[in-house]
Design a protein around this ligand. Sequence first.
Ligand SMILES: Nc1nc2c(ncn2[C@@H]2O[C@H](COP(=O)(O)OP(=O)(O)OP(=O)(O)O)[C@@H](O)[C@H]2O)c(=O)[nH]1
Length: 390
Amino acid sequence: MVAGSVADLENKLADARRSNNTADISAALIRLADAQLQAGQASRALPLLEEAVTLSSRYNDDRQGREAALLMAKAYLAQDDAGMADTWNKRAEQFRERIERQIAPRPEASGDATATPATGAPAVVAPPTNGVDGAEQPAAAPSQARWLWLLLPVCLLLIWAWLRSQRKADDLRNETERLARHQKHLRNAHQTLQQQAEHLRQTATQDALTGALTRQAFANDLSELLHHAQHYGKPVAFFLFDLDHFKSVNDTYGHLAGDIALKMVAGVVRENLDSQDLFGRFGGDEFLIACMDGDAATAPLLAEKIRASVRKHAVDGHESLHDISISVGIAIADPEQGYDLATLFTHADTALYAAKRAGRNCVRLADAGLATPPSSEFPLRSLAATPNDA
Ligand SMILES: Nc1nc2c(ncn2[C@@H]2O[C@H](COP(=O)(O)OP(=O)(O)OP(=O)(O)O)[C@@H](O)[C@H]2O)c(=O)[nH]1
């Protein structure tokens, strides 16, 4: 150690305090205390050394801590206080062990005498390289630097993970928005399809002009009705009716007037039917009715009521309607006559032929007494045939 004069070293300590650099202050304290010890001023050196130990402990500078502790021991010896000297020697030993622990893992330290662990001897501590006992060495603790280097990649990794999660969140948000748009589009398409399906269903089951069931829809419903009636042994009245001389209405007043007449007749029929009765358009100016529980006694009464009502509306209506009337053929399905749909239709058709032959604007009930129409004049038809066959 190159010891300066106590006064010089006091100035240096004052400079170090002004610089506010902890390592410099600690080193200056040690150098001044050493000089004071050499000058026999142990009592003055002790508080400086205690401050040096405190500073070095606070900033983990074990070398300076050890140096200060050794000088403390020396100071107490100078004051003949062997107990305190021993205490501070032990403290210095603890500092030395900590220094060894810090430098032991370093591979390059294997050939370095300063880093070689040695037990007991204070000389194992790295010798000072300049100034007073190495007190001017940089104060940076190796362990701190190592932790910083370890923390750097961790921080970078965290930043990278955060950026990545942000990008994923953006992607997810975009995807969610895209799916919501897609879902809305699908909902609209679904709604449109439902409307189209409903429209198609109506077109398939409902006659556009009169609102009556189409021929096929009527046949399906009648088939179910007959099945049900047969199961419970109930009668079903089936009407087939046709506008009389309708062709001349079209010819005289035009097709539009003919349409109005067809709608008028359909309206009258609906007024006279119950909600569970079936009403369909066979095709052209021919219509169909089926009534659950209608038998040979009640069905002609209902048919007559409808016929008379049509006449009344015709007479009360526009001139083009004045000649409108209907002829009705009735057939009954019951346990006695059976529930075969084709037979029922044929019987009603035969009765309609009879009504036409009887002068039109009347009702006829099918029975065994009715003449079978000649095929040349009135070709037999069925509900399964297309309307053009009518
Ligand atoms: N305005 C209109 N006329 C139709 C429609 N469908 C069929 N017709 C006409 O209805 C008439 C049916 O005539 P027919 O049943 O053959 O004979 P009709 O003149 O009624 O004579 P009868 O049935 O023997 O009393 C034809 O002139 C068809 O053109 C329609 O939807 N609207």
